[in-house]
Design a protein around this ligand. Structure first.
Ligand SMILES: N[C@@H](CCSC[C@H]1O[C@@H](n2cnc3c(=O)[nH]cnc32)[C@H](O)[C@@H]1O)C(=O)O
Ligand SMILES: [Zn+2]
Length: 428
């Protein structure tokens, strides 16, 4: 058995206590073997550091890194229709590959080991995630508005075919989901036809829901019911399904989510930047709804750093609840680790024997992390992605001493800049 000892650091345990301990990883099974005072041959130095579970970005569109800073300061609908969709129409498979490489490098450099991606050219994303050594739940984002019936059904079939073909790829590090884009961009008839097929294929359904009032109001007007009641009628919201955003939810919808065990991925930065609104995160937690955390795409954030997202979640959660004790540091760390991992169906997000060997080592040796009254507080409020020293997924070291082992960072950055310029030129 090939083993790796993450040695000399402090460790964040599942109960949020911090202890001095080593972590022994089995690189063959990809699991954590033991946590304690241990020894081993191959060592990864965590001295002066804090070992945390790898962060899990449960909702993003990774290759949108190519559109970072391309269109800012607009609300969702205008941003998508006037800026993003016209450029996305010009995307090639190679663009998505390079944009995904760039995004995964950014994630590894900020301690993220697992993600959810909804985008185009997903077979390229599968290959890229596989070479990165990361873990992911992937799906083709299907949209039917503006398409004729044949094109719309083909879009849904493509999404389903992708989910069927690639579930379990990369030795199980890659899982899939059926990903209709949202309740307003996919027609009811297509949900009725294709959701049962996703159930048959045994893949969960992931979609954007209740993100803006512009999206909620037309559903209420047209169907005389809340969007999530409408969704439930279409066969959505089964256990294992998960929504992105859930900003505008009423009490009955929160109850519905709790009853059904449907998860919500909170994306605070995107919700603030697009002025979509404030998700009722503390209410969701109180109701027992599974809550995870995601950055959304880099064009509405504008980075993929989950430390930023944790801080934003805490800040926005307090404002939304008008209560400084709401969405506290522990809840946020839980959301970014085990909460997101459970929503994506991975046994990651906890440093404990038997769990996936997915972790990050944070350097504590920095002025902004001094003094060390409370390291959970630091993770939520003070640490940054650039504090991550090493990133490990499935027992493999993917970033060592800030050097990404799995890609040539400089070459990817150059190619991504070239591709992004050419893409935007084609669209304009
Ligand atoms: N096959 C679809 C593409 C869907 S991928 C997922 C889509 O979600 C878009 N997106 C990114 N962020 C958000 C958001 O916050 N809300 C809704 N859509 C978003 C993203 O730009 C991309 O177009 C098509 O034919 O257009
Ligand atoms: Zn999104």
């Amino acid at each position: 058995m090939s083993e790796l000892l993450v040695s000399g650091g402090q460790v964040l345990l599942p109960d949020h206590s911090v202890e001095r301990a080593d972590v022994l990883l089995d690189q063959d099974s990809g699991e954590i073997v033991d946590v304690g005072d241990l020894s081993g041959d191959d060592e990864l130095d965590a001295s002066g550091g804090l070992v945390i579970p790898g962060l899990v970005n449960a909702h993003t569109h990774v290759a949108m890194t190519l559109l970072r800073g391309y269109a800012d300061d607009k609300p969702l609908d205008a941003w998508l229709q006037e800026d993003i969709w016209p450029v996305e129409a010009e995307l090639t498979a190679e663009d998505v590959r390079v944009g995904t490489e760039l995004g995964l490098i950014e994630m590894l450099k900020s301690g993220t080991t697992a993600l959810n991606d909804m985008y185009f050219f997903m077979p390229e994303v599968v290959e890229t995630v596989e070479s990165a050594g990361m873990r992911a739940r992937l799906g083709y984002g299907a949209i039917t508005v503006g398409k004729d019936d044949d094109a719309a059904r083909e879009e849904m079939r493509d999404g389903l075919a992708f989910a069927r073909e690639y579930d379990g790829a990369a030795d199980g590090r890659i899982r899939t989901a059926f990903m209709p884009h949202s309740l307003t961009t996919v027609g009811a008839e297509y949900y009725r036809e294709f959701v049962p097929q996703a159930r048959e294929a045994d893949v969960p359904v992931h979609l954007h829901a209740n993100e803006t009032t512009d999206e909620v109001d037309p559903i209420v007007d047209e169907h005389g019911e809340r969007p999530l009641e409408y969704a439930a009628r279409l066969g959505l919201l089964e256990p294992g399904d998960y929504l992105a955003h859930g900003v505008h939810l009423d009490g009955s919808e929160i109850e519905l989510l709790a009853d059904r065990g449907t998860g919500v991925v909170h994306c605070p930065a995107s919700n603030m930047k697009l002025a979509s609104g404030m998700a009722p995160v503390q209410d969701l937690l109180d109701a027992g709804v599974p809550v995870g955390l995601g950055t959304d795409g880099a064009a509405s954030n504008n980075d993929l750093d989950m430390f930023d997202e944790m801080r934003d979640a805490a800040m926005l959660g307090k404002l939304a609840a008008d209560d400084a004790s709401a969405v506290d540091a522990e809840s946020v760390v839980e959301m970014a680790t085990r909460g997101s991992a459970e929503i994506l169906g991975f046994d990651s997000g906890r440093i404990e024997r038997g769990a996936n060997a997915d972790l990050a080592v944070i350097d504590l040796d920095a002025p902004h992390l001094t003094p060390a009254h409370d390291l959970v507080s630091h993770l939520t409020y003070a640490a940054r992605g650039s504090d991550v020293r090493h990133t490990v997924c499935d027992g493999q070291v993917l970033m060592r001493d800030r050097d990404v082992q799995v890609f040539d960072e400089r070459a990817v950055r150059e190619r991504a800049s070239e591709r992004a310029s050419a893409l935007v030129e084609r669209a304009e």
